[in-house]
Design a protein around this ligand. Structure first.
Ligand code: ADP
Ligand code: MG
Length: 698
């Protein structure tokens, strides 16, 4: 239940003075539907107005002049502006209005009147000596010159809602913000010299200098910490409530030991460590919620397979779910033979299974004949029933929605008092510093070591005009048996222009090279799978693709990766794409094509990729270089959208907030103390209630 003291902040923006039916949608677009959203919209800049004279005016600056109205110059023709010529004793200044203010202006500012006028000073070309201000921000009587502020806060604006109007709303929202009981640790707050909650909000909306606008300004840091704390608390609460559920006991057994012995390779140190962390969970009596993170090709599937063998050894079933059919099939092919050799029954269940075949598979899952099911979304259909599902493994977990994950979790046996263990797998490298914000409610194991014997992928950047040369080299490589990916980015899967570009590229390559195939997101899944399969089988030698191959497919013979418009991709994505090659014994290469000229930042980003082959390191460096936008593809990986916290600028606060959240909950698990209650208000304010947290795994 929302405390009454917060009601004013949770009322609609239309309750703010001046927000009528026309303006409300614009405020909503800029900030959000309620007063709280306006309150949490930070200013983006400052305008400083110096008072000056025409002979001292500086073009491009926002300045204030005291002038005498000299003449009105009505437009000669329709569509021309209304002009006022003004004089300040040192020179002339032209004030310009483009839209029908004419007669009104003449009445308000008659010839001879003294006015203070302020706005951006310009000197249009061709009028060497004439300074002008188009649409002055202020024009007031001389004796009211003091009303023109010297420093003005700039807010996001949109057509029909100028910054100055939004500012009024923000100040009114501020008036409605109540003083709340302090939730921050007072010793820490004093040490960091952070202001109180309401004081911080007031300072946020009243910057006096550029430094005050920085995310590093103290008031902003205080609010960022508050937001991060609210989120970390929610994550910690979820984790705690999940822990409270018992999970089935699964000891490491002889089956997985035999499976491991039968592997044609030794597990890496990182695989061994991850596996023992998973085994610790499976034996803990609590339900596991663990994320297994590792670059593409780091060997996550093998670890998953051994955990499933443990479950089978305990007489329990497992399910491994992948986002696409081809990935599910590859997982099946990897794990079926070794496990079947040990006498286990493994099935593949996808949308392709129909009729009697499907019925037989379902019957085997329901009566426990099959120990392990590998599949796609088909696994959580209502009529799929397991006899004793105890472990679900989800590959590329961010590709599934919360509900999808939960539906699989819900397939545990109804007559037991434990819940199904969850192991999520992800190849999206999240920088270590940000891990807590994305996966704060999961335990994380990292495979940060590659299996030995991989040849690094020689990576270089090339301008697009050099495509013919690259095609020539491709021809030679194909003649010697190599295969290649050629990636064309799609901004969105429905983007017709980019899709055409991919089709054109495929047609163009087909004129020069044998065995060119095309896959893209708009193809029917069966057709897409058929082309992919022909690539896996070696019939297609160059696979032109939009980003569909990004995730997981394993084609060891593919050794060349060409990526068009590489500057359009996030580094993490490029790294994942590159991970598709370099899996076999062939020397592998990756060509990053770009349209020249390359910006300095783009150049730096491509350099990072050329120098490093460690996904975590690449993600961390990319984060440091981050301009705007979402170059890490973080949104796709479930990254939270913060209002005032900046995960990069405030990354030192993330760990502090996570530690504090843990301590707070250890002392006051129900948040029942006075401070706990204040914290619940904070969670309400930032929409981070325990149930709304991301990565909810059931
Ligand atoms: P991921 O799922 O992390 O992308 P996979 O589990 O598919 O990686 O492994 C990629 C390839 O590496 C597979 O062919 C697998 O057999 C092989 N592999 C896995 N672990 C090792 C290891 N320790 N030593 C050598 N090869 C390994
Ligand atoms: Mg994989």
């Amino acid at each position: 239940m929302r405390p009454e003291i917060l009601f004013p902040l949770f009322s609609s923006v239309s309750t703010l003075k001046g927000v009528g039916p026309r303006v409300a949608p614009l405020v909503e677009k800029l900030a959000g539907p309620i007063v709280r959203d306006v309150l949490f919209t930070a200013p983006t800049g400052l305008i400083r107005r110096s008072v000056t004279t025409v002979d001292q005016a500086v073009e491009g600056q926002v300045q204030t002049f005291v002038v005498t109205i000299d003449a009105h110059q009505p437009p000669h023709r329709l569509g021309h502006p209304w002009k006022i010529r003004a004089w300040d004793g040192t020179g002339f200044l032209t004030l310009i209005w483009f839209k029908g203010h004419g007669p009104h202006l003449e009445r308000q500012h008659p010839k001879g009147a003294r006015r203070a006028v302020s706005g951006k000073v310009e000197r249009p070309e061709g009028f060497a000596s004439e300074l002008q201000i188009a649409h002055p921000d202020y024009i007031v009587a001389e004796d009211r010159a003091a009303d023109i502020p010297e420093v003005e806060t700039v807010y996001p604006a949109t057509a029909g809602l100028p910054s100055r109007t939004f500012r009024k709303f923000a100040l009114e929202a501020l008036e409605r913000a109540p003083e709340l009981p302090e939730w921050q640790d007072s010793a820490w707050r004093e040490r960091e010299r952070l202001p109180g909650w309401r004081e911080a909000l007031a300072a946020l909306h009243a910057p006096a200098s550029e430094a005050d606008l920085s995310p590093l300004a103290r008031p902003r840091r205080r609010l960022a910490y508050d937001e991060l704390l609210a989120h970390q608390l929610a994550l910690a609460q979820r984790k705690a409530s999940r822990r409270a559920h018992p999970g089935p006991l699964i000891p490491a057994g002889s089956l997985s030991e035999a499976a491991e012995k039968a592997l044609p390779f030794k597990l890496t140190g990182a695989q061994i460590r991850s596996l023992s962390e998973i085994r610790g969970d499976l034996l803990s009596g609590e339900r596991m919620s663990r994320l297994l993170q590792g670059d593409v090709g780091s060997g996550k599937t093998v670890v998953a397979m051994l955990a499933m063998a443990d479950a089978a050894g305990a007489g329990l079933q497992s399910a491994l779910m992948a986002p696409t059919e081809i990935l599910a099939r590859q997982h099946f092919e990897t794990i079926a033979a070794p496990l079947e050799a040990l006498g286990l029954s493994v099935i593949l269940l996808t949308g392709r299974d129909k009729g009697a075949g499907r019925t037989a598979k379902l019957a085997g899952l329901a009566d426990g004949t099959h120990h392990i099911a590998v599949g796609t979304h088909a696994l959580f259909q209502d009529d799929v029933v397991f006899k004793a599902l105890a472990l679900t493994i989800i590959d590329e977990q961010h590709r599934f929605g919360v509900n999808e994950r939960r539906r699989l979790q819900d397939k545990g046996p109804p007559d037991v008092d434990w819940g199904v263990h969850l192991l999520a797998m992800s190849a999206t490298p999240i920088p270590r510093t940000l891990e807590l914000t994305v996966f704060g409610d999961l335990d994380v194991s990292r495979i940060d070591e590659k299996p030995p014997g991989r040849t690094p992928v020689a990576t270089r950047a090339a301008p697009t005009p050099r495509v013919p040369e690259i095609v020539e080299r491709l021809r030679a490589a194909i003649a010697s048996g190599a295969q290649a990916f050629w990636i064309c980015p799609l901004v969105s899967e429905s983007d017709k222009v980019d899709l055409r570009a991919a089709e054109d590229r495929a047609a163009d390559l087909a004129r020069h090279l044998p065995g060119v195939g095309l896959v893209h997101g708009q193809m029917p899944p069966a057709e897409k799978d058929a082309v992919m399969q022909r690539f896996v089988d070696g019939e297609v030698s160059v696979l032109v693709a939009t980003t569909v191959v990004e995730v997981g497919v394993n084609v060891p013979n593919a050794s060349i990766m060409v990526i068009e418009h590489a500057d359009r991709f996030g580094l993490a994505q490029l790294h994942q794409l590159r991970g598709r090659v370099g899996r076999g014994t062939r020397e592998s290469s990756c060509v990053l094509l770009y349209d020249p000229p390359l910006s300095e930042v783009a150049q730096k980003r491509l350099d990072i990729l050329r120098r490093s082959d460690d996904g975590f390191e690449i993600a961390e460096k990319d984060l440091e270089l981050r301009g705007g936008g979402d170059p890490l593809g973080l949104k796709q990986s479930g990254f939270p959208a913060y209002r005032l916290a900046d995960p990069v600028a405030h990354r030192d606060l993330i760990a502090v907030a996570a530690d504090d959240a843990r301590l707070i909950l250890a002392r006051d698990p129900e948040l029942a103390s006075p401070r706990g209650q204040a914290l619940r208000m904070l969670q309400e304010l930032f929409d981070w209630k325990p149930a709304s947290s991301l990565n909810e795994a059931g």
